[in-house]
Design a protein around this ligand. Structure first.
Ligand code: 13P
Length: 253
């Protein structure tokens, strides 16, 4: 099975609109590699600006979170129709920072995943263990639980249309990425788990991204792993040169 490489940049809480326009334009201008799906996920306030800068390019636009209701009295929240209106095709769901810092539960992640699919956005569903959980040899248990809860209510067709991201929390923003072997071990386990829950076809079509201190330097060896299909990049996506370096490295595996 050939799965198209997918490189997504999660800008987190960075970039004013002016900075966002400059970064998006530089990414569009510098993008060479064909055959790789590329996405940027700026903060909400920069979505329309970045959509404008990306117009006519093959860089896709995603948001970093979404609420499951379409509208209503949910102060501070943003809905799927609003994200589509802003030009998004994708949305990150269940990022560990949302889970850890904002108390997002597996149930909330499942509702957001469902809402995204129903509303026509591709969810990029994030899972991953803490350092303590890894040290207690509970990585697979935690990751499988998160995958199971997020995918439980999805039909096989729905499940094959999403993207998963494995982001071990100890590797996020630490400069200490998982080794290619560590990433592959978990990616393979996730793929086997999805094969049992949703079937072999879904499992082999499903793209699983790795996230956590991905840099141009380590992308190639991560990408060389059979079950690593791309990356969800944080810090290194905030400058065009390093993000484009990662895109390029992902194509040369
Ligand atoms: P870093 O690349 O900064 O480690 O962040 C990874 C991440 O959380 C992407 O969503």
């Amino acid at each position: 099975v050939s799965r198209r490489p997918f490189i997504a940049g999660n800008w987190k809480m960075h970039k004013t609109t002016g900075e966002a326009r400059a970064l998006a334009s530089a990414i569009v201008a510098g993008l060479a590699s064909e055959g790789i799906d590329v996405l940027v996920a700026p903060p909400y306030t920069a979505l329309t600006t970045v959509a404008d800068a990306l117009r006519g390019s093959r860089v896709a636009l995603g948001a970093q979170d979404v609420h499951w209701e379409r509208q209503g009295a949910y102060t501070g929240a943003i809905s799927v129709p609003m994200l589509k209106d802003a030009g998004c095709t994708h949305v990150i769901v269940g990022h560990s920072e949302r889970r850890e810092l904002f108390g997002e539960t597996d149930e909330a992640v499942a509702r957001k995943t469902r809402a995204a699919i129903d509303g026509g956005l591709v969810p990029i569903v994030c899972v991953g263990e803490t350092l303590v959980e890894r040290e207690q040899a509970r990585t697979m248990e935690v990751v499988e639980r998160e995958v199971e809860r997020a995918l439980r209510a999805l039909s096989p067709a729905e499940a094959s249309a999403i993207v998963l991201a494995y982001e071990p929390m100890w590797a996020i923003g630490t400069g200490c990425a998982a080794t290619p072997e560590q990433a592959q071990e978990v990616h393979r386990a996730i793929r086997r788990f999805v094969a049992r829950s949703h079937g072999d076809d879904v499992s082999s079509a499903l793209r699983i991204l790795y996230g956590g201190s991905v840099k141009p330097d380590n992308m190639r060896s991560l990408m060389a792993q059979p079950d690593v299909d791309g990356a969800l990049v944080g810090g290194a996506c905030l400058e065009a040169a390093s993000f484009l370096g990662i895109v390029q490295a992902s194509g040369a595996a």
